[in-house]
Design a protein around this ligand. Structure first.
Ligand SMILES: NC(=O)c1ccc[n+]([C@@H]2O[C@H](COP(=O)([O-])OP(=O)(O)OC[C@H]3O[C@@H](n4cnc5c(N)ncnc54)[C@H](OP(=O)(O)O)[C@@H]3O)[C@@H](O)[C@H]2O)c1
Length: 340
């Protein structure tokens, strides 16, 4: 395949608002040893991209300064020492940055096949959130069949993936939402119930929905005052997985209640994890989740599409919090492959 020398990419001109996302022509990334060069059909938009654009989530040393943590597309080139990929193969990948572009080089261990039956735009919605939850909720917090799981931000990217992973594993996801349409969306993904945070007491409702047992696992993106709610809503020997702190990074909690309930609180960010950890997560997704994702009738996340050069509009829309599921940026190549 003959590759172009330059490409359309979205750069962050300076920390600030969505208008700081600016289309530029940049040289194609080099496909180094151990890497796969992906011709991007679509890139997913994620909460961490917003934080990076605002100047609150710097790329780790050596990573691309361009935003974009997940892509789907075709293998365009294969680096030295990489086996198991063919040019033109459809893949999805967790990137280390640089996904908002027509081409991105990704460590081979972070590249997975597109699940059978998934379109490029649908699959673009998977890597960042599924890697995050596989590492935190599954591998670290030991999600198991039959558990009750309280999922904050259920209609968002992270929340939706948490609900779907629960449904694959046989756990019971209880989604927290802010309106009935979002509750309906979470039910379609597999949530057994929703709690409207604007008018219901979350901890009280969890206790009712679990017959007084509480949540065995909590996936929290809210933080701040929600930390106390999570402890109150937890079952004995529960585990609270802190994914984000949208409402505040500090909290006052009742440590005695944590001790009395034998609780674990863990926190993690995916992006700075070493390549070996990301590759181990990818292997787990491949083994445990790809077959279920490919099953006929498996629900797809809601997708709102933007063109790659509309990245600023996509960020503004995400910040309005009106979306359900995921936003994606489609390249011209992706549009030609999937004109729907
Ligand atoms: N730790 C990691 O490695 C990791 C990885 C990926 C993402 N994240 C973080 O996880 C968070 C969620 O990411 P996402 O991609 O799922 O975003 P998203 O699609 O915007 O979802 C966030 C959800 O949280 C709810 N929410 C509750 N309080 C909120 C608040 N104060 N501000 C914004 N939303 C609020 C929103 O729904 P309602 O308003 O309807 O309740 C929304 O559905 C982000 O902060 C992101 O940076 C962390």
């Amino acid at each position: 395949m003959t590759l172009p020398t330059d490409m359309l990419a979205i750069a962050i001109a300076a920390p600030g608002g969505p208008e700081m996302l600016q289309p530029q022509r940049l040289p194609l990334p080099h496909c180094g040893p151990g890497e796969v060069l992906v011709r991007v059909a679509a890139a997913g938009v994620n909460g961490p991209d917003l934080a990076q654009r605002r100047g609150h989530y710097a790329p780790p040393p050596g990573a691309s300064p361009l935003p974009g943590l997940e892509v789907v597309g075709e293998v365009a080139a294969i680096g030295a020492d990489v086996g198991g990929f063919a040019p033109g193969e459809a893949v999805m990948a967790l990137t280390n940055g640089g996904g908002y572009a027509e081409y991105v080089a990704v460590p081979a261990g972070q590249v997975l096949p597109v699940p059978q039956g998934w379109s490029f735009p649908q699959a673009a919605a998977l890597p960042e959130t599924w890697f995050t939850l596989t590492q935190t909720l599954v591998m670290r917090a030991g999600l198991a069949p039959g558990m009750s799981v309280l999922v904050h931000g259920g209609a968002g990217g992270i929340g939706g993936a948490a609900i779907q992973i629960c449904s694959i594993i046989g756990a019971r996801a209880i989604a927290v939402v802010s309106d009935p349409a979002k509750a309906e969306y979470c039910a379609a993904l597999g949530a057994i119930a929703s709690i409207d945070r604007t008018r219901e007491d979350i901890a009280e409702r969890v206790m009712v929905l679990t017959d007084g047992h509480g949540a065995d696992r909590v996936v929290d993106v809210v933080g701040g005052a929600m930390a106390a709610v999570n402890i109150a809503a937890s079952a004995r020997a529960g585990h609270i997985v802190q994914i984000s702190t949208l409402e505040g990074g500090t909290a006052s909690v009742n440590l005695r209640q944590m001790m009395a309930k034998d609780l674990t609180l863990s926190g993690s960010t995916l992006r700075p994890q070493p390549a070996a950890t990301k590759a181990a997560i990818a292997r787990r997704i491949h083994a445990d989740f790809l077959p279920a994702l490919a099953a006929p009738g498996f629900p797809r996340p809601a997708i709102t599409r933007f063109a790659l050069d509309e990245a600023a509009a996509a960020h503004a829309f995400m910040e309005s919090r009106r979306h359900r599921g995921k936003l994606i940026l489609q390249t011209a190549f992706g549009g030609a492959k999937d004109p729907s």
